[in-house]
Structure formats: C-alpha cells, structure tokens
Design a protein around this ligand. Structure first.
Ligand SMILES: [Zn+2]
Length: 271
C-alpha cells in the first residue's frame, strides 16, 4: 500500500499519470443553451398538439484520472450575442444561449487545450456548436455520422480536426468508466454516453435518444417520427434500456428541463 502511494506520488511529481490510471472523479453539468417550441407534437405526432415546450441543452465535462473529456458542445457560443435567441428548425424552435461554454470552462480554470478528448451525441446544431472551440481535442464520432453529408453535401466537421471514427461502442479510457454507446436512429451515427461515478453511481447521458421521460413509457411516442430512422431508433432505445437494467444506471435526458432544474450546475459537480 505504502509503495503504491509512493509510486503514485512519484508519477504525479513527474506531471504525468500512468496510462493505466483509472476512474472518473468529477462530472460537471454545463449550461449549453435552451430551446422553446410552440408545438410539442413536432416530437410526438398527434400527442400534445399545440402545447408549448421548453427544453434544456446541456454539455458535460468529465474529469478522468487520465484527463478531461467533454460530452456535447451545445449551441454555438456566438448565439449568446443575440440575447432574444435565434430561430431554428425552419421556425419551429427558438434557440437561446445566455452563457458561453468558453466562459464556463474558463471559470473552472480549464483551457480548451487541456481537454484531451471529446464526443458529440450527433451533429444537430444544438450539440455541435462549439467543436471548433477545441481545435486540438481528439473527437470521437461514429463513422456513419462523420460521413453523413451536410447541407449541400458539405462535410459536417473540419477535415483537419483530429478525429477517431468509430463503428459501434467505444471504451474511451479502457477501464469501463466512460463508454460511448452507439445509438443510431435519430441521426445515422447518433451516440449516447455511459459514465461510472463512484458516489453518484452509473448513468447514461441520452443525447437525443430521448427528449423527455414520456417517451420511455408511451410506445407509439416517436419524437423524431419520419425524420430519422424509426426502426434503428427503436432498437437503440431497447439497447439502452437493457444497459440501464444491467448496470443499474440512471438515465439523464439531456433536453429534459424538469430533470435539469434539479441538477447541480458547474462549478458544483457530481463525483
Ligand atoms: Zn438536441
């Protein structure tokens, strides 16, 4: 035990931790924007027609023994320059950002260059807005999402951005504490994130696999009906529900405003 501690102190003194260093010790919930829509049935055809809805839009900064990792980047920081927000999804949504991601990282004393890895759930504008705030950070993305043509056939990412293209699940640090879970459907390469925290316990960050809790119980509730791949989305949901059961994990729905209101926000953190 004493030898182990001495070795750990030695490694820390060298300023580098062994590649085998394991475990997540902090997860910060960062505000990455908000959205409002006048008609909830956009996500639930025939259900709650004409009922307005407000959505949260979070990012998550994870501190692992091997370094920092960012999950999702939210709306572009530039949106913060327009306090009343901008119109999205052909006018169906109002998107707003009152605080930048850059300012929240700065408040934690974390520089973009300190963040070694990042992943985005998918390439919709409320999730990829700030990828280029971290131009040196290794981006983990499904090959299917990376190669999915954007508007006018344009690439979704800058070709010079360091990238690891995935084809399925990926254990980021090799110790099972941060695992990218492939959940296609909403978009071709949509992914969710499993995180294991010592005190809080295991959890899954949904991406847009779900937008609000009712989707888990109402079977014909298809939030992106016709705009994604419903069959793939259904099997991705079954996969995540099985994972939640197997691991005894909690599901954190990133756009769920009611759940969001109860979360501790950065600089407070979950451990
Ligand atoms: Zn979204």
């Amino acid at each position: 035990m004493r030898l182990t501690l001495a070795l750990a102190a030695f490694a820390a003194a060298l300023g580098s931790l062994p590649a085998s260093a394991a475990g997540v010790d902090k997860l910060y919930v960062l505000y990455c924007g908000e959205a409002s829509a006048t008609d909830q049935s956009r996500w639930s055809p025939g259900v709650n027609v004409g009922v307005p809805i407000e959505l949260s839009d979070n990012c998550y900064l994870i501190h692992h023994a091997q370094g920092w990792f960012l999950w999702d980047t939210g709306l572009a920081d530039a949106v913060a320059a327009t306090p009343e927000g901008v119109s999205g999804a052909n006018g169906a949504l109002r998107l707003k950002r009152t605080k930048t991601l850059a300012a929240q990282l700065d408040a934690l004393g974390v520089k973009p260059g300190d963040i070694k890895g990042m992943a985005i759930s998918h390439t919709h504008p409320d999730h990829i807005g700030n990828v280029e705030l971290l131009p040196q950070t290794m981006l983990y993305v499904q090959k299917a999402e990376y190669e999915w043509p954007g508007e006018g056939g344009a690439p979704r990412f800058k070709p010079e951005h360091p990238v690891t293209k995935l084809d399925g699940d990926h254990d980021v640090f090799g110790d099972g504490s941060v695992v990218i879970v492939s959940t296609p459907g909403h978009t071709p390469g949509h992914q969710s994130l499993f995180v294991k925290l010592a005190k809080t316990g295991p959890l899954v960050l949904s991406g847009d696999l779900y937008h609000y809790p009712a989707e888990r119980t109402l079977k014909d509730f298809r939030p992106f009906a016709g705009r994604g791949d419903d069959a793939k989305e259904a099997s991705s949901k079954a996969k995540v529900e099985a994972l939640l059961r197997d691991k005894g994990a909690a599901l954190w729905i990133q756009h769920d405003l009611e759940a969001d209101a109860k979360l501790k926000k950065s600089p407070a953190y979950y451990d």
